[in-house]
Ligand binder design. Structure first.
Ligand SMILES: CCCCCCCCCC(=O)SCCNC(=O)CCNC(=O)[C@H](O)C(C)(C)COP(=O)(O)OP(=O)(O)OC[C@H]1O[C@@H](n2cnc3c(N)ncnc32)[C@H](O)[C@@H]1OP(=O)(O)O
Length: 448
């Protein structure tokens, strides 16, 4: 069953044929899955992605200048389109990019990406995906008349990241590719894939879908982006998926447990869990005992504090979304390992919503908790809030959801309070939406 979980991703979605990826060998990459939309291009070195972004928005590398630079950017306001129709439509291939992370051929890069278990740090990959997603959107919206872009493009949502390999080698080259797959008025969906060199072939290891939002030059209000014209039946399908994804997100949001009561089946689940924790020796709703081998959810928490230094700023002088994701991921991973008592491997990340920007100088409070488990799977939720040094008021900026696979089966977690029961159900919903599981269910039916 575990092996099956690792076969999801591009392979099982039919984007790439089994065992094949973006090859450097004699095969034509344009014939493979996404890559038929590729235009001849050589990959950008990963270190150049952020340099390119700085160049595109005119960001300074010197923090002392940041106020002046932001003032200068506001002058670009006049280049913003008054309507979407004023902008020339783009094709998917206009935003297609490949990026090389040459861990094999440039060993000096490895240190930054290395885990103690000699695998690749997933938190670093999250940072690279975030920067790449933004660069892809700048390719889509490129205006050849101006050197600098009047748009401030920010990450609004990490819709889904599916891993299709348990761990990555820090000694083999990695390649990313991606393009805009759907466009609204001011938002863009970006699909990215990651491949690792295996022999002489790049094999798929990860699929990611992000949503980016364009803001005006001062990052104060929305800004229109170019329409996207799908050119082939496959591109039309990707575009249609983007449209469906938008609808799905709206439906999920309106069914959120923060807004509506759990379903009848979910209520039954919670009530049965509650009954199984009542002490049979007393006739009381108060005296609770854990079933054998189970764990109270409240005991699985881990917390951390980060000071948001200027070093972690993005090109708009707010805290870089990739940094927030890396910190949340690393806390979630520690939570999963400590809970499961063995190594944990990330399987999926979904629905990371960037609700509010984080200012440089903020205190970032992260709080992580196991909220659902199934066999050897651990669903971890990380809540992040910020406060300024002067104010005690905390504001929620993100909620992160990570699915891990432990080396061995893990205990069930039991909610004690109503609030924890909602976390449990939310965790279960996220777990059930994990695409790996959908495939697994078909191949190896299991209880829900
Ligand atoms: C120098 C080295 C570093 C280089 C790194 C470069 C990378 C930089 C990338 C980043 O680091 S960004 C930092 C992390 N992200 C943030 O801080 C964003 C924080 N969130 C916000 O600022 C706002 O919530 C956001 C701008 C995303 C949305 O604001 P609103 O809620 O006012 O949006 P609005 O209602 O005006 O909707 C605008 C569009 O966004 C869409 N949208 C908003 N929230 C969404 C969501 N959660 N999911 C999907 N789409 C969303 C919405 O559907 C709509 O699409 P359309 O115009 O196409 O119809």
């Amino acid at each position: 069953m575990r092996r099956a979980a690792l076969r999801l991703c591009a392979l099982s979605k039919g984007l790439l044929p089994p065992g094949r990826g973006l090859t450097q060998g004699p095969q034509d990459p344009r014939k493979q899955g996404h890559f038929h939309i590729q235009e001849a291009c050589s990959p950008i070195h990963v270190n150049h992605v952020r340099d390119k972004l700085r160049e595109i928005v005119g960001a300074s590398t010197n923090w002392r200048d940041h106020v002046k630079v932001m003032e200068e950017r506001k002058l670009l306001h006049s280049f913003l389109a008054k309507s979407q129709e004023d902008l020339p439509p783009r094709r998917m291939k206009d935003s297609y990019i490949e990026v090389l992370l040459p861990l094999g051929s440039e060993p000096e890069l490895r240190e930054k990406y290395l885990t103690v278990q000699n695998t690749v740090r997933f938190g670093r990959i999250l940072e690279d995906l975030d920067s790449l997603g933004v660069l892809i959107c700048y390719m889509h919206t490129k205006n050849h008349a101006t050197k600098m872009s009047p748009l401030s493009i920010v990450t609004a949502l990490v819709d889904k990241i599916d891993m299709c390999k348990k761990s990555l080698s820090p000694e083999q080259d990695i390649k990313f590719s991606g393009h805009v797959s759907w466009v609204g008025k001011t938002s863009m969906e970006v699909k990215m894939q990651m491949f690792q060199l295996h022999g002489d072939e790049f094999c798929p290891v990860l699929d990611a879908t992000f949503v980016m939002v364009a803001r005006d030059s001062g990052n104060k209000g929305p800004a229109f982006v170019n329409e996207l014209i799908p050119e082939t039946p496959e591109e039309e399908e990707l575009f249609r998926q983007g449209e469906l994804n938008k609808g799905r997100r709206i439906a999920l949001s309106s069914a959120s447990l923060l807004k509506v009561a759990p379903s009848a089946q979910e209520r039954t689940t919670i009530h049965e869990m509650f009954l199984s924790t009542l002490d049979p020796k007393t006739i009381s709703f108060q005296s609770r005992v854990l079933p054998p081998g189970a764990v109270w959810m409240e005991t699985t928490k881990l917390k951390s504090l980060e000071v948001c230094h200027p070093q972690e700023r993005n090109i708009f002088n707010r805290i870089f979304g990739g940094f927030l994701m890396r910190k949340a991921y690393e806390l979630a991973w520690a939570t999963a390992c400590s809970f499961g008592g063995s190594r944990a491997f990330v399987v999926a990340v979904d629905d990371i919503m960037f609700q509010k920007p984080v200012d440089v100088g903020s205190l970032l409070f992260l709080s992580s908790q196991v909220c659902f488990t199934h066999n050897n799977y651990i669903q971890v939720r990380v809540h992040s809030e910020v406060a300024s040094l002067q104010s005690k008021e905390h504001t929620t900026t993100n909620v992160f959801h990570f699915t891990f696979m432990s080396e061995k089966d893990v205990p069930m977690v039991f909610p004690k309070t109503y609030g924890e029961s909602m976390l449990y159900l939310d965790g279960q919903r996220h777990f059930n939406s994990m695409s790996a599981l959908e495939i697994l269910r078909k191949e190896h039916p299991v209880d829900p």
